[in-house]
Ligand binder design. Structure first.
Ligand SMILES: [Fe+2]
Length: 285
């Protein structure tokens, strides 16, 4: 398929597209970026293969989308380019230099634990293990649209509490006192409206949404358990097996993702940028 010059192919039945023949390095012509931006809004997950991106290229492309955030986990930032968060099991002097090690990472929205969560993220494969470490994405717009009406009625207008501590207990390491202040529990709508497309999505994070406010705890637990199972059914999921040179840009307002474990003796290094939403629509609504 072609949209005004940029070729793409859907990568699953409902969402995600492979954008072909585009190098994100150097100066990307503005009309080409506009087409990529339209595809991002339409497909939610965009795959670019065979990229030869320097750190500056990755940052430069990400900045075309929006301002970048310096991730609160300072200990895992690239030392010379702090706009890049290292996702890796590499260690220096026995200490992790990046996030998330080699184990499974459960389904999540990046930064749902912040008042102003990221709008988008880019993940670039730098070094990969021979197998394992696939990343899956789930389409939370479709998951919401296909919810039974009775469940929609039950959750529409509800607010839920989000906990980064919960995620860290399950899949990462604890934050320090300063980081805890930045990432205190926050409250977001359980169904959010996309700030740029206007579409509604389930804003449920299987690893960080801890409680639906206004419901008895047992009922909240039961609804959350049902939604967690619902949103990651195969019909809503695309799983990506990485190749060297792959870069993926995803919409963090309407897709969640997870990572499969990989061999602890192998090295996996990914570079991630975190892109902020427009200031006028930064808080989920
Ligand atoms: Fe993530």
């Amino acid at each position: 398929m072609v949209t005004r010059g940029v070729e793409f192919e859907p990568i699953s039945v409902r969402f995600g597209a492979h954008v072909e023949g585009v190098q994100l390095s150097g100066a990307l012509p503005s009309d080409m970026f506009d087409q990529i931006w339209s595809l991002w809004k339409r497909f939610g997950v965009l795959l670019f293969r065979d990229q030869t991106l320097s750190k500056e290229d990755l940052i430069g492309f990400s900045r075309l989308i929006g301002p970048l955030e310096r991730h609160l986990r300072e200990e895992w930032l690239d030392q010379s380019h702090p706009e890049i968060l290292q996702i890796t099991n590499m260690k220096q002097n026995g200490k992790a230099v990046g996030a998330l090690g080699d184990g499974e990472v459960g389904w999540h929205y990046d930064q749902i634990y912040l008042r102003r969560p990221a709008l988008a993220s880019v993940l670039m494969a730098v070094q990969l293990p021979p197998e394992g470490g696939a990343t899956s994405f789930a389409d939370m717009t479709a998951a919401y649209e296909r919810l039974p009406t009775a469940m929609k009625d039950r959750i529409d207008g509800r607010i839920a509490r989000q906990s980064y501590d919960r995620f860290n207990r399950l899949y990462s390491t604890d934050t320090n006192a300063d980081q805890k202040k930045i990432a205190e529990d926050v409250y977001h709508p359980l169904v959010r409206t996309h700030p740029l497309t206007g579409r509604r999505s389930l804003y449920l994070c299987p690893t960080m949404t801890e409680q639906i406010m206004g419901l008895p705890v047992l009922e909240s637990d039961a609804v959350l358990a049902e939604l967690r199972d619902w949103c990651v059914q195969p019909e809503f999921v695309y799983t990506h097996h990485w190749h060297a040179g792959d870069a993926i840009l995803w919409d963090n307002a309407c897709t969640i993702h997870r990572r499969e474990p990989f061999d602890p003796n192998a090295i996996r290094l990914m570079h991630r940028t975190t892109i902020l939403p427009p200031a006028t629509a930064a808080v989920p609504f």
